[in-house]
Design a protein around this ligand. Structure first.
Ligand code: HEM
Length: 403
């Protein structure tokens, strides 16, 4: 081989390598940009929705996104939720800040303090999450609970390791654990984006029952939300250390494709869940459910139903009369084992929204819990007549008819 030829081979290999580097860096920047947008919207939604509804005393609204939301009298359980939600906002923001290189370079003391806050909230969110999963009660089955518990353990493990190597001043290993921590914490964003993307693409729930939140796809997602991104991170770290140009190009392409999917998922969850929550957060109308809940406690269900009818005529714009108001109140009453009251509240909702399949489904459930089989069957049938796709009603009717 002549010297000129070997030089040109060397130069083109060198160029290929640096182009591969540029491609990989661009893919990482694109991914991080999408993450920043998604996490800022997520944190803003959590802070506004839970913060604003709590400030208005509308704690019943929490049940819209947490199955075992605020329960009067359950101090420990309610505290766990508050800790979990507050930690969620902090951990998302603290993680983002830790990853910005300029902050690490220009304000190392701030990086250290923010790092401590990040580690502490990684623990508080995980411990509160474990309490909510195993003691308070939450959505999902045993395998799903094991999946989210493993996530809590991994979050705490990564936090401890990141801190340990920072204190030992082994910054190469510290960086690896800090990235792993960021990825497991971000699993909460990945699962929401993944589920809503599947809803969007499938035009409805895919591989799980929205009423019970059980099903193979959901169970898969509970593990995949952190195992898949962690695997991608390990491949990335290896490619960065020892990968050739081809490996880097492949990594850049893979990351680019995954990021497009993530962006689409973030768009789907923003439109489907977060925007409605933000709207609700800044809705100034009073919650009719909260008002009736207080009336039931002070003077009983008869006064509460009368109040609903009176206010609907006298002050329709002052109170929120949306369908989910009475529905949420009804489910709270079921949880408090006040079944007679729950039935009355769902009946009131049927009266207000006779065209909704969901209100009959809820009334059917309350009758079923109260042992009133024929009323339960009649209402599940009505629900199914309005919406033949109501799989929950189909399942409940099978159960009731086989009893
Ligand atoms: C570190 C990342 C996490 C974040 C940012 C996060 C955030 C949230 C948020 C915002 C909610 C309220 C629902 C919503 O508005 O979307 C929630 C609910 C919940 N979280 Fe987490 N969470 C994280 C990790 C965990 C872990 C590791 C566990 C389990 C050990 C857990 C268990 C729960 C439970 C049980 C609920 C209530 C679900 C229900 O029954 O409706 N979370 N989380």
């Amino acid at each position: 081989m002549s010297t000129t030829m070997s030089t040109s081979v060397f130069t083109s290999r060198f160029e290929l390598n640096s182009i591969a580097d540029i491609a990989l860096k661009a893919a990482v920047r694109f991914w991080f940009g999408v993450m920043v947008i998604g996490q800022l919207i997520f944190a803003f939604t959590v802070a506004s929705f839970y913060g604003m509804t709590a400030a208005r005393g509308d704690l019943l609204a929490w049940r819209k996104s947490i199955t075992h939301g605020y329960i009067p009298g359950d101090t420990m359980g309610n505290l766990a939720i508050v800790v979990h939600l507050t930690s969620a906002v902090i951990v998302i923001l603290a993680g983002l800040i830790q990853l910005i290189p300029q902050v690490r370079e220009r304000a190392p003391a701030f990086h250290r303090w923010n790092g401590r806050i990040y580690v502490v909230t990684a623990f508080t969110i995980s411990l509160a999450g474990l309490y909510m999963t195993w003691i308070r009660g939450s959505v999902g089955d045993l395998v799903q609970h094991l999946g989210s518990s493993l996530m809590a353990v991994l979050i705490m493990l990564c936090a401890v390791m990141a801190l340990r190597y920072a204190l030992a001043r082994d910054f190469k290993t510290h960086r690896r654990w800090a990235l792993r921590l960021y990825i497991v914490v971000s699993a909460s964003l990945f699962i929401r984006a993944g589920l809503f993307l599947s809803l969007l693409l499938n035009h409805g729930p895919f591989g799980f029952d929205p009423a019970t939140f059980s099903g193979p796809f959901l169970t898969f997602m509970i593990f995949a939300q952190y195992l898949v991104p962690l695997a991608v991170l390990e491949i990335y770290l290896r490619t960065q250390d020892r990968g050739g140009a081809a490996g880097r190009f492949a990594m850049a392409t893979g990351l680019f494709v995954l990021t497009v999917g993530l962006g689409a998922g973030i768009f789907a969850v923003t439109m489907g869940a977060w925007l409605p929550s933000i709207k609700r957060a800044y809705d100034q109308r009073k919650s009719i459910a909260e008002t009736l809940s207080a009336t039931i406690a002070s003077s009983g269900i008869d006064d509460a139903t009368k109040q609903y009818r009176d206010f609907k005529i006298a002050a329709p714009a002052t109170y929120n009369f949306d369908e989910d108001e009475l529905n949420t109140l009804g489910y709270q009453l079921i949880q408090l084992k006040k079944l007679a009251e729950a039935i009355r509240i769902f009946q009131l909702n049927v009266e207000a929204y006779p065209q909704s399949s969901n209100v009959y489904d809820s009334l059917g459930e309350a009758y079923m819990d109260d042992g009133k089989k024929s009323e339960a069957i009649a209402n599940y049938r009505r629900s199914l007549a309005i919406n033949p796709k109501n799989r929950n009603a189909v399942g409940m009717l099978q159960k009731l008819n086989s009893q």
